[in-house]
Design a protein around this ligand. Structure first.
Ligand SMILES: [Zn+2]
Ligand SMILES: [Zn+2]
Length: 202
């Protein structure tokens, strides 16, 4: 990173397979893991009242979920609370379920994506449970797959996406590389962010 640039000067930061970068005026600057952690403090050190810190998934399952719940749970995921863990910069809802693959009772949080859906993973057999309940997405303000929304919203969504994609195309035609910063982002949000970033009005 150039010495005259402060960490706070970045408009946003990126973390992917190429490492950590900060972005300022459309230019990317490499940042160290140490610097990354300074900008993204561990969630357990914040004042969040919504979640509880747990060491790991096994501790959660053993001590935070009542025994009756574990005995009665079926393949349908049941919400057990919001938790954060070591090195997490946020929290997530966790779900208890009986794995359809190996019949073990496990807890996990939603991962993305299998097609349009998020999924839970069994840490024993790596089997995946696809999440098809709208409430699960809404609880963590995740992007609700269109097929889970009321029918009348489908057309509206299709129209908005078409417009957003057209916007993205226009930006790319100007020679600007567009990238997905956060995998959860729809092309619509992404396009809006890019347009705001460049102060474009179309
Ligand atoms: Zn929290
Ligand atoms: Zn399993």
């Amino acid at each position: 990173m150039e010495s005259d640039l402060n960490l706070n000067d970045f408009e946003y930061t990126i973390s992917d397979s190429d490492g950590f970068r900060g972005v300022k005026d459309g230019k990317e600057y490499p940042i160290t893991e140490e610097e990354w952690q300074r900008i993204h403090p561990e969630h357990r050190n914040t004042e969040c009242k919504e979640c509880v810190f747990v060491q790991d998934v096994q501790t959660l399952l053993t001590f935070m979920v009542p025994r009756e719940k574990k005995e009665q749970v079926g393949s349908r995921p049941e919400f057990v609370g919001k938790f954060t863990m070591l090195n997490w910069t946020g929290h997530s809802s966790f779900y208890l379920f009986r794995c359809g693959g190996c019949d073990t009772v496990v807890v996990d949080y939603p991962h993305g994506y299998r097609g349009n859906f998020m999924y839970l993973r069994c840490d024993k057999c790596r089997g995946e449970t696809i999440l098809k309940s709208k409430e699960i997405y809404e609880r963590d303000k995740l992007f609700v797959p269109v097929v889970l929304r009321p029918r009348k919203e489908h057309w509206k969504f299709a129209k908005r996406t078409a417009e957003a994609l057209e916007g993205l195309g226009k930006i790319e035609n100007m020679g600007v590389r567009t990238m997905v910063v956060n995998g959860n982002e729809s092309s619509e949000t992404l396009s809006k962010r890019i347009r705001n970033f460049f102060g474009l009005k179309f």
